[in-house]
Design a protein around this ligand. Structure first.
Ligand code: NAD
Ligand code: TYD
Length: 360
């Protein structure tokens, strides 16, 4: 049950039951006195259990709702009167976007349009002081900038957009809408573009949780192409901390790049996970024997790298985890939460959601 009053209007977080959204909400409940209204459609990627202790907090409420449903969005905004919208809801997996791009355009582009329109109407309805304080924080990805070659400079806030996958094209579309709603209508927007996240509660279809889950189960560890594609990795708690800083101190209309200064080739990442598992589960070592090179992803971006000097300089943010310290925490979380993995892989949790959460 949320307690709304004039002193503490809530933060509305879309996609709050997903990987990054749930980490952000857990942090907000644990490390601030914020009221949080989680708004999530609870697709295959959204799991209320990922919200952990926040689920029981008096300062938190979870609404099952779709960002494409203007009535549901309007009701949440007008009834709960948030001081900010933190927009993380999205279809987020590149491989799924290759097989079914329409859902990505629908959620990421049309859903963001609905959220912007409803937020704008709500913003106009606010008294002057609350209107001045309101923020719309749009959470995006470095993939909108396209692919780098070895030796190219890292993506900065002024790098031209060149998205290559249906996922990144749909995120780029949503970023452009956010920019336009600021420029044309004056909506106080903030935009972040972050590199690849890893950590607890990530659906085991993305590289790191998939490799951990498969290695534990003795299944093949699929490495696309030659395994030399490079990603910059950021521990999810560091991303959530950056988002909280941007929300409180970012300048409306600005964009901020967020990265981990941790570029790694995919094969290196997989081998490092195997080495950590060898130490934790020596009886199944060497886990690297499970590595299999498989057919490459079509249009596979070669390299992403992020220049995060702006957020470091202007907001004083730096990542607290190194790639290795974050990876050890991540592997240990998956080893300690085998039930979570089993439930999301079997679809058991989705049946539980249908019994327990009705859509608005
Ligand atoms: P995720 O797939 O784990 O979670 C997405 C959440 O959005 C889920 O809870 C899902 O139920 C919800 N959702 C999906 N469609 C919805 C809809 N129509 N209405 C309401 N809710 C809906 O994604 P994530 O990895 O947590 O990513 C969150 C955001 O951060 C996304 O916008 C993504 O583009 C961005 N991002 C992700 C990464 C990364 O490495 N994961 C990096 C940079 C930026
Ligand atoms: P992924 O986690 O899907 O994130 P993104 O495509 O958004 O960067 O993939 C990370 C990298 O790992 C990417 O280069 C594709 C590669 N990859 C594999 O080699 N094998 C896999 O099974 C998966 C899911 C990804």
């Amino acid at each position: 049950m949320i307690v709304t009053n004039s002193q503490s209007p809530p933060l509305l977080v879309t996609g709050a039951a997903g990987f990054i959204g749930s980490c952000l909400v857990r942090q907000l409940i644990e490390h601030s006195d914020a009221q949080v209204l989680s708004f999530d459609a609870l697709t295959y990627a959204g799991n209320p259990l990922s919200l952990g202790a926040a689920l029981q907090s008096e300062r938190h409420q979870l609404i099952r709702g779709d960002i494409r449903d203007a009535d549901a969005v309007r009701a949440a905004l007008m009834q709960q009167r948030p001081r900010a919208v933190l927009h993380l809801a999205a279809e987020s997996h590149v491989d799924r976007s290759i097989h079914g791009p329409a859902e990505f355009v629908s959620t990421n582009v049309v859903g963001t349009l609905v959220l912007l329109q409803e937020s704008l109407a709500y913003w106009h309805s606010l008294p002057p002081a609350e209107r001045a304080a309101f923020r719309f924080l749009h959470v995006s990805t470095d993939e909108v900038f396209g692919s780098l070659d070895a030796g190219d400079p890292a993506f900065s806030e002024t790098t031209a957009y060149a998205p290559n996958s249906p996922y990144s094209a749909s995120k780029a579309g949503s970023d452009h809408l956010v920019r336009a709603w600021h420029h044309t209508y004056g909506l106080p927007t903030l935009l972040t573009n972050c590199s690849n996240n890893y950590g607890p509660c990530q659906f085991p279809e993305k590289l790191i949780p998939l490799v951990i889950a498969n290695a534990v189960a003795g299944k093949p560890l699929p490495v696309y192409g030659d395994g030399a594609n490079v990603r910059d990795w950021l521990y999810v708690d560091d991303h959530a901390r950056a988002l909280r800083l941007v929300l409180e101190r970012g300048v409306p209309g600005q964009t901020y790049n967020i990265g981990g200064n941790a570029e790694r080739r995919n094969l290196e990442v997989v081998e490092r996970i195997c080495a950590i598992l060898d130490a934790r589960r020596p009886s199944s070592a060497p886990h690297a024997r499970l590595i299999e090179f498989v057919r490459d992803r079509p249009g596979h971006d070669r390299r992403y790298a992020i220049d995060s000097r702006k957020i470091e300089r202007e907001l004083g943010w730096t990542p607290q985890e190194t790639f290795d310290s974050g990876l050890i925490k991540t592997v240990d979380w998956y080893l300690g939460n085998a039930d979570w993995v089993r439930c999301v892989q079997s679809g058991e949790y989705q049946r539980w959601i249908e019994r327990n959460y009705t859509a608005r």
